[in-house]
Design a protein around this ligand. Structure first.
Ligand code: NAP
Length: 271
C-alpha cells in the first residue's frame, strides 16, 4: 500500500492535463479526491474537481505517480521546484513533446528516477485517444503496465522501443487531430463556397470524416483500399483525387508532418 495521500499528481495543469484528468474521472479510473494538481492560471479559468497543492513540491510529496505536463520550455523551472521532493520511489510520466526520459531523470535527481514518456492526443477526452509510450531506462515492466492501464482509460496505446521514435509519434498522433480539423475546415469552406449554409457544411464535412475514420478502425482495410472503394471510374472522387495529386498535396502533408517532427526534436534540444 502506498503511503502517499493521492494516487495521482499533476505538475503543469494546463489544457492537456485537464483533458487527461476529466477522462480519468469520467471513465471511473480515479475519483477526483485521489488526484492532486499544481496551481495554474489555466486551472482558475477551468476548475477541476481535484485537490490543488500549495506548490509543485507538495504534488510530488503527496503522490507516487506524477504526470509532468508543463510545456517543454517551462520544464527547467518545474524540475527545479520538485527536484528535492523527487525520489526513486516515484514514477514520473512525462507528456512533454521532445523532452527525453534521460533529461527528465537527470533534472529530477541524482538517484535513478523512473520516467515513462507518453504522447497522448486530445480525443483521449472521449475515450478515443491514442497514446505513444516509451519506457525510460529506470522504469520497470510493472511501471509500464500501470502507465498503459492509465492511458487505456482514454483509448489505445502504442509502445515504441527507441525513444527517438517518440518525435514521430508526436508528429503523427499528438499533432494529428489538428491536421484533421484543418482538413475538415477546408472541406467546409469549399462547401460554403459552393453554396451550402456554414452550419450544414460543418455537419456534412465532419460526419464524412468521422464516419470514414470509424470505417477505417472497424473493418481492418487500409486507407488506400477504402479510398479506392469510394472511387468509381470517371466519377467525382476520381476528379478530386486527380486535383489533389496535381497540387502535390501528399508532398505538402509529408512536409507538414516532418515540420512537426523536427519541432519536437528541437524542443528537446540540448539533452
Ligand atoms: N495539447 C496537446 O494536444 C498535447 C498533446 C500531447 C502532448 N502535449 C504536451 O503537453 C504539455 C502541455 O501542453 P498543453 O497544451 O496542456 O499546454 P498548456 O495549456 O500551456 O499547459 C501547461 C501548463 O503548465 C503550467 N506551468 C508552466 N510553468 C509551470 C511550472 N514551473 N510549474 C507548474 N506548472 C507550470 C502552465 O500554467 P499557467 O496556466 O499558469 O500558465 C500551464 O497551465 C506540453 O509539454 C505538450 O508538449 C500537448
Amino acid at each position: 500500500m502506498s503511503e502517499h495521500k493521492y494516487a495521482l499528481g499533476v505538475v503543469g495543469t494546463g489544457h492537456l492535463a485537464s483533458v487527461l484528468i476529466e477522462r480519468l474521472i469520467d471513465s471511473g479510473y480515479l475519483t477526483g479526491d485521489r488526484i492532486v494538481v499544481s496551481r495554474s492560471k489555466a486551472l482558475e479559468a477551468h476548475p477541476l474537481d481535484v485537490a490543488v497543492a500549495e506548490d509543485n513540491a507538495d504534488v510530488v510529496r503527496d503522490a507516487r505517480l506524477v504526470i509532468l505536463s508543463t510545456t517543454p520550455q517551462k520544464f527547467d523551472d518545474a524540475a527545479a521546484s520538485i527536484r528535492a521532493a523527487a525520489s526513486g520511489d516515484h514514477l514520473f510520466i512525462s507528456v512533454m513533446a521532445g523532452v527525453s526520459t534521460d533529461r527528465v531523470a537527470r533534472q529530477l535527481g541524482d538517484d535513478p528516477i523512473r520516467v515513462v514518456r507518453a504522447m497522448p492526443n486530445l480525443p483521449f477526452r472521449l475515450g478515443r485517444g491514442v497514446t505513444g509510450l516509451y519506457c525510460g531506462r529506470h522504469a520497470s515492466s510493472d511501471d509500464m503496465e500501470s502507465v498503459r492501464h492509465l492511458f487505456n482509460a482514454g483509448g489505445v496505446t502504442v509502445e515504441v522501443d527507441d525513444e527517438s521514435l517518440m518525435d514521430a509519434v508526436t508528429a503523427v498522433a499528438g499533432t494529428g487531430p489538428a491536421y484533421f480539423y484543418y482538413f475538415v475546415e477546408m472541406m467546409m469552406e469549399a462547401g460554403v463556397a459552393t453554396g451550402l449554409k456554414r452550419k450544414d457544411a460543418q455537419v456534412l464535412a465532419a460526419h464524412a470524416c468521422v464516419g470514414a475514420g470509424a470505417m477505417l478502425l472497424e473493418n481492418g482495410a487500409s486507407p488506400v483500399e477504402l479510398r479506392e472503394a469510394v472511387m468509381s471510374p470517371g466519377g467525382t472522387t476520381e476528379a478530386a483525387m486527380k486535383k489533389l495529386h496535381e497540387c502535390r498535396v501528399a508532398e505538402h502533408v509529408n512536409d507538414a508532418v516532418l515540420a512537426a517532427y523536427r519541432r519536437s526534436r528541437e524542443l528537446g534540444g540540448g539533452q
